[in-house]
Design a binder for this molecule. Sequence first.
Ligand code: TRP
Length: 357
Amino acid sequence: MSFTMGHRRTNMILDFRANHCYVDGMKNNQAKKGTVLSGSTTSGDLTLGNYIGAVSQWTKMTEDYDAYFMVANLHSLTDHQDPKELRERTLSFYAQYIALGLDPAKCALFVQSMVPEHAELNWVLTNITPIGQLERMTQFKDKSENKKQINAGLLMYPVLMAADILLYRADFVPVGQDQKQHIELCRDMVKYFNNRFGDVFKEPAPLIAPKGAKIMSLADPTKKMSKSDPDKNGMISILDDPKVLEKKLKRAVTDSGTVVKYDENSAGIANLMTIYSVLTGKSYAEIEKDFEGKMYGHLKVGLAEVVIETLKPVQAKHRELMANRDHLASLMKQGAEAARAKASETLRLVYDHAGIL
Ligand code: TRP
């Protein structure tokens, strides 16, 4: 899939050809390859890594799948959040998804808390999940390490995730490698549930993003670029000002070499070349040729230009959406209604099987 942005060809996302609306997509269900669901917690702003590794893949999936994507604002309560900031960030996240190319007419794009069935199914699922299994989750162990007080929410985090997935009886869940264990737990929960209450759910499969789609931190290229990284220099926020982008890219950590050449062992330069390649559609060989006889510094300056150009229309679209709150609210309402149509049906089935009036 490719499209032209200014004078640049990119091999990323945004295909607006099929102009059918989500409701028609539902009617056409047989033609779809199955149901997908994914989401992202509202901590930090989305990064270039989220764009390349996740949102661009989701956008492609809306063509072929019955797709549900959500802003996981309930999950973010497991971290301390300022209520005012959380409210604003939830709106901004929703707008960021659209600005990055997710079309709310082609998928159910919604805010988790606006579909109360998530919290309801979550409660049922907590009653079939062994605590020991939750305590063994690596993310729980990492996040609870050195904490004096651990909230039950942090332990229950993957149960709410399972509720998110199972409410839509999703076949596939596109996630990063770090979430794979949570999907495996969800698969176990399907077995526990079906054994106790009868066949309601099927096991969802994780779709792990391909390796090239993994963007690393600019400050430590052995680590994944993360929106919740306290070191802001490592991440490119999709809302970063051009001046900030330029500064961050110029300061990106690389080894002591100089020749622009793709080498997996040279993590910093490999990461910069990956970003360059994904955003321009150029192969590593072409990039090497473009920068022949030049130094790392030239690549960084060139990349800053590419990133700034790529994000310019995204930032403009985000600003436009945030300036019209009524329109944003109406999109959120439509998304929640589309999601609830399926979620309420599943919850009814669950309550029936569990004997809950
Ligand atoms: N835990 C996911 C993340 O890191 C977000 C998430 C919440 C999610 N619910 C989900 C992902 C359901 C996939 C499916 O960021």
